[in-house]
Design a protein around this ligand. Sequence first.
Ligand code: PMP
Length: 308
Amino acid sequence: MPTPYAYFRGELVPLEDAKIGVMTHAFNYGTAVFEGIRGNWNPDDQTIYLFRMREHFERLQQSAKILMLDMRDSVDRLCELAVEIVERSGYEEDVYLRPMVYKSTEALGVRLHNLESDTLIFVTPFPAYLPESARCHTSSWRRVDDTGIPPRAKVTGIYVNSALAKTEANLNGFDEAIMLNADGHVSEGSGENIFMIRHGKLIAPTPADNVLEGITAKTVVQLAQEELGVELIERAIDRTELYVADEVFMTGTAAHLTPVVEVDRRPVGDGTPGPVSRRLSALFFDVIRGKNARYRDWCTPARVRVAR
Ligand code: PMP
C-alpha cells in the first residue's frame, strides 16, 4: 500500500504526522503561497514523471518574494525533496505535489513582516480534474486585481475568489467558470489559463490581465509554435469573442489541456473540440508522460522503491 510522505519542519515524515497548530498565521489569514506539480504515471517505464518541477519551484520563489516569505531551501534542494517524497510514497498512479511556503508563527495580527516562514511539501493521488471537454459560463465574480491581491502570486487566500467562481459555475450546471478582470476582459478560469483560436491565431490574455502566469500555458504555447507553427498573440479578449471563436481551451496543472465546447450556452465552433485543441492535447499528453524524446527534459523521473 502506498504511504504518502511529506516534507514538514525540515524533515521527511509520514503525511499523517504533518500537522499545524490552529493559531498558525497562514491558517488564520491566508498568508501562504503554494504550487501544484503533477507527477504523471507511465506504466511502461514504471515511473512517475514530475512535470516542469523546477519552473514550479521557481514560481514558488517569486510568489514567496511577493508575500515576504523566506524559503528555507534552494530550488535544487526542493527538487530533490520532491523526488524523494514521490519515491518513498510508492504511488503507481498520477499524483499531485503540493509545495507551500507559509507564515508559520502561531500568533494573531494581520501583517506580512516580523513573522517566521516555513516550507512544506505533500503528495496526494490526483486523477482528472475536469471532464474531457468543458462547458463554461462567465462568472459573476471578477478576478482579483493586482491592486488588491496579486494573482501573479499563487497565494492561498486568493483561492477564495476561485472557490466562489467555481462553486457558482458548478451549482449552475457548468464545469468551470471563466472570470473577467476588473476592466471586463477575459482573465482566466478558477484554476486555469484560457486561450482561443480565431482566424488561425492562438490568442491569450496578457500577463497584465490578472492571470497566474501558467506553466502549462507556457508549455502549450511552445508546442503550438514548434510543432504546429502557430504563433501566440497576447492581447485583451472580450467575453463575446469567446462566443465567436473557432476554438477555446483551458490549461493548468490540474486541468491539463481541456477543450471548452460551450460558453454561456453557446457552442464553441461546432460544439466539439476543434482541430488545434485536439492536436495540442495529443502532443501534450505524450509530453507530460515522458513519451516525447524532444521534451524529455521537462520530465523528472521518480521511481517507486518501496518494499513489496
Ligand atoms: N490560473 C490559476 C488561477 C491557477 O490556479 C492555475 C493552476 N496553478 C493556473 C492558472 C494554471 O497554471 P499552471 O499551468 O502553472 O498550473
